[in-house]
Design a protein around this ligand. Sequence first.
Ligand code: ATP
Length: 323
Amino acid sequence: VKKIAVFTSGGDAPGMNAALRAVVRTANHYNLECYGVREGYNGLINNDFTRMGPRSVKNIITEGGTILKSARSLEFKTKEGRQAAYENCKKLGIDALVCIGGDGTFRGANIFNEEFGIKVIGVPGTIDNDIFGTDNTIGYDTALNTAMEAIDKIRDTATSHNRVFFVEVMGRDAGFIALNSGLATGAIDILIPEQKDSIEDLFRTFERAEKAGKASSIVVVAEGEKLGSIYDLAKATKAGFPDYDIRVAVLGHIQRGGSPSCADRVLASQLGYAAVVGLMEGRTNVMAGLKSNQIVYTPIEEAIKKHNEIDPGLLKISEILAI
Ligand code: ATP
């Protein structure tokens, strides 16, 4: 490879800038020409490429969001859109793409590679941690800490008023943020899509908490929880426990923002570097990940199809320690 392009796509995540910096500087180190593409796949279609050198990424390792901007591109989902994207890459002589994003981004990259043969490598950037082939995704650790800090603050008011709080955290269809932030904040129950929950189980937990003398409680609910919306859960609980003073808090997009944690900066640096080196070694249609502190490359197809499992041991510990 001689000329590469890099973009960030899908939901933004803290640490995407650190990954971009690593890609641009590694490319510079090995004398590859590097272009940044604005707004994900839209930039490929709209010919929005900018030559990037080591100084283009100065001071961004500390910044949340993504300086290249991200987008959800409907056009790239059409054959015509991808054809236009390919023509632009060809004109510029781009022979490989570094795609920083989540599973949707990888699905697009996989299709693009199969249709046009352009080399692609994925870097997992999403707060959801729902990508197979890496222990953690870039942005997850920061989002987890943001959720934890927010729940800590909610706990202060919950305790002062003897309230029951239902707190919704992000994660799409995955419960990693919910499980870990719930454990870290001492939630009495954690509801995640990977586990079959029932309202009866939740009520039993409230009863046990009451018997144990707990006056306030926090229930952490993953946004993908299948039992019902957080408002339905709060309503059902009010019907079962009319004396409870119940509040709902949806943490929302604050979980996507902020300066990346040290762990995310280090991970992003390793994976951005690994993506460029992987391309130089002739790898394509794979994702760079970190497993047990080793850089590994997983076929993109596998990364999309498989899922990281929730640790049942962690769930058990959270149940034992909560009350
Ligand atoms: P996150 O999980 O953080 O939301 P993501 O990468 O999964 O990130 P998506 O919006 O699902 O976010 O995907 C990003 C972009 O990838 C889409 O907007 C689209 O342009 C492209 N994409 C997704 N699926 C396909 C597909 N089947 N074919 C072509 N392009 C796709």
